[in-house]
Design a protein around this ligand. Structure first.
Ligand code: AP5
Ligand code: MG
Length: 192
């Protein structure tokens, strides 16, 4: 089963991906985590990405599509994968479609976590304290920028998947357990 999880920053994409990975034994592909590990390892990609991530803008599609193209062919993706934080704009969504076509694979389901903005600020504030400010983009100012980018660039991919009849919406403001249960029910219905 190949899944896309869409939602604004702080909506719980990372949290819910971990549950799905455990339940279905598929791989989690988080472009944000991959970029952060490149930054920690000081790779060429990490050097290019750091200031962009810290400002809340999007890293170039070229870098992102290359990272995903390599990762998606790894052994642990054979059983399926969950894309967390990718695609982030229409160009990435189209790039993904081309990539999957070549590999004779497809996206089976897209889940959108819906949220109101106020809750996102609370969550990011809590996370930044819990992680001792590990993520430089977890500030109110950068979150505002990330939300602007989400509205302008990422939201348009929602109708793109709605038109393909792949989109399911889940209320991301319920408890972690309830959101996980609601996602699980949808995935069981699709039953791939
Ligand atoms: P990325 O790492 O993808 O960050 P994001 O989209 O901003 O989202 P977050 O990771 O902040 O939130 P999340 O939805 O995963 O929520 P989480 O589960 O952590 O991207 C970072 C940057 O990398 C981008 O700005 C961009 O620069 C770059 N980038 C990444 N992908 C890219 C791409 N494809 N193209 C270009 N650039 C890209 O939860 C948040 C908090 O809330 C946690 O503390 C959690 O414990 C808590 N929580 C979760 N669920 C609940 C709940 N139900 N109730 C209460 N608390 C909850
Ligand atoms: Mg995340």
């Amino acid at each position: 089963m190949n899944i896309i999880l869409i939602g604004p920053p702080g909506s719980g994409k990372g949290t819910q991906s971990k549950f799905i990975v455990k339940k279905f034994g598929i791989a989690q592909l988080s472009t944000g985590d991959m970029l952060r590990s490149n930054i920690a390892l000081k790779t060429e990609i990490g050097k290019k990405a750091k200031s962009i991530i810290d400002s809340g803008e999007l890293v170039s599609d070229e870098i992102i599509l290359d990272i995903i193209a390599d990762r998606i062919e790894e052994q642990d993706c054979l059983k399926g994968f969950i894309l967390d934080g990718f695609p982030r704009n229409i160009n990435q969504a189209k790039g993904l479609d081309k990539m999957l076509q070549k590999l004779n694979k497809k996206i089976d389901i897209v889940i959108e976590l819906t949220m109101v903005e106020k809750d996102l600020f609370n969550r990011i504030r809590t996370r930044s304290k819990e992680t001792k400010f590990a993520r430089a983009d977890d500030t109110e100012e950068v979150l505002k920028k990330r939300l602007e980018i989400y509205e302008m660039q990422t939201k348009p991919i929602i109708p793109y998947y709605e038109n393909k009849n792949l989109l399911h919406k889940v209320n991301g403001m319920e408890s972690v357990e309830n959101v996980a249960e609601n996602i699980y029910e949808i995935l069981m219905k699709v039953n791939i």
